[in-house]
Design a protein around this ligand. Structure first.
Ligand code: CA
Length: 179
């Protein structure tokens, strides 16, 4: 009896840990630089896993004045953190999370709009380090806009989500409602 109880406790703990496991979905996302503002470098440098500290010569992406990156995820996920490795130049940032909808290629408007589910920001202007923006609990989204408000250099972005897959049919319906 005691053994069975112990096994149950271990199982519950394992379940709890699995439930709280986190993963980075940035490499699975389609990330593009909107074209209205001028940038240098390749947007693919932001999801190649290389940044100062883990690579000798990582490539960077730079907005010359400001700009917006559009990030599309293959499915709705529960967002925890947006992390960006900033280089020697830092701007102020905002991340807007949406369910459904799409940002235009230029970055000047959304069509369809979708539903804005969260907005987080950072004005630390920290350089040569990770900047982390945390989403409110229960933020479920499938596309994001990363706004940068000044000249800035980035090496990597990470989108940290809860590892459980959000139940397909339910969220498929929610998403369809905002298409
Ligand atoms: Ca990189």
């Amino acid at each position: 009896m005691k053994k069975a109880m112990l096994a149950l406790v271990v199982l519950l703990m394992a379940g709890g840990l699995a439930g709280s496991a986190l993963r980075n979905v940035a490499p699975d996302a389609v990330t593009r630089a909107t074209t209205y503002n001028v940038y240098e470098g390749e947007v693919s440098a932001l999801t190649d896993g290389k940044y100062p500290g883990n690579d000798e010569n990582p490539a960077s992406f730079r907005w010359l004045s400001k700009g917006i990156l559009a990030i599309e995820l293959p499915e709705p996920v529960e967002l925890r953190e947006f992390r960006v490795y900033v280089g020697g130049e830092a701007g102020g940032y905002k991340v807007k999370a949406y369910l459904g909808g799409k940002l235009s290629l230029e970055g000047l408007g959304r069509s369809p709009e979708g539903k804005l589910v969260a907005e987080v920001e950072d004005a630390s202007y920290a350089t040569d380090s990770w900047v982390v923006m945390k989403f409110p609990p229960g933020t479920v989204a499938d596309n994001l806009e990363f706004w940068d408000f000044g000249p800035a250099e980035f090496y990597e972005i990470q989108i940290i989500v809860a590892s459980e897959v959000v139940e397909g049919t339910t969220w498929g319906r929610v998403k369809a409602a905002f298409r």
